[in-house]
Design a protein around this ligand. Structure first.
Ligand SMILES: CC(C)(COP(=O)(O)OP(=O)(O)OC[C@H]1O[C@@H](n2cnc3c(N)ncnc32)[C@H](O)[C@@H]1OP(=O)(O)O)[C@@H](O)C(=O)NCCC(=O)NCCS
Length: 150
């Protein structure tokens, strides 16, 4: 259902970006760079994608989007989980993202996946919406509280 993006996906990504983000779309140069750096995941159906970038122990979820007609069917959650899994396998212990505070769908999706607000930047977007910076700390491999590790 989800695969790594390749150079052959550039046209698909350009199309998905413009249909999902309109005037806020990334240009093809940025998308090409993300593909070259192996940061892109796409659905096999070609109806959604995510871009996750890992630097040292921190991953940034730079993009996630699903075509309008495929939304509310779990595709976004699946992409997010795949991105988190990839980030963890590349050594990330935390994941950061930025979302407009009026993007209820995305905020709800991130909230459900364990992201918490760590910062808010009022008026950050051209619309006047605030940016919420959210973080998810990977705790799966941590010992439970109180456990003494020899
Ligand atoms: C955000 C986005 C990726 C979600 O994709 P999706 O495939 O619809 O997500 P899912 O079907 O996995 O939904 C998961 C949960 O997110 C929440 N959610 C998704 N869409 C929602 C909406 N329109 N309103 C409220 N909650 C919503 C719900 O809790 C949902 O679970 P539920 O359907 O069981 O109630 C999609 O709406 C999108 O592409 N938006 C435009 C691009 C965008 O804003 N990207 C994020 C930029 S930060």
């Amino acid at each position: 259902m989800i695969r790594a993006g390749t150079a052959a996906d550039l046209a698909l990504l350009v199309d998905l970006e413009s249909r999902c983000f309109g005037s806020a779309s990334w240009g093809s140069g940025l998308l090409e760079a993300a593909l070259t750096a192996d940061q892109v995941l796409v659905t096999t159906a070609g109806d959604g994608y995510a871009i996750v970038r890992v630097v040292a122990d921190t991953a940034d979820l730079d993009r996630i989007a699903v075509l309008d007609e495929s939304r509310r069917r779990g595709v976004g959650s699946m992409l997010l989980e795949a991105a988190l899994d990839r980030a963890a396998r590349q050594g990330a212990t935390r994941v950061l993202l930025e979302v407009a505070d009026d993007n209820a769908a995305a905020v709800r999706l991130y909230d459900r996946e364990g992201f918490v607000e760590i910062h808010r930047r009022p008026g950050y977007y051209p619309s006047g919406a605030a940016a919420i910076v959210m973080e998810r700390v990977e705790v799966a491999d941590s010992p439970p509280h109180g456990t003494v590790v020899a």
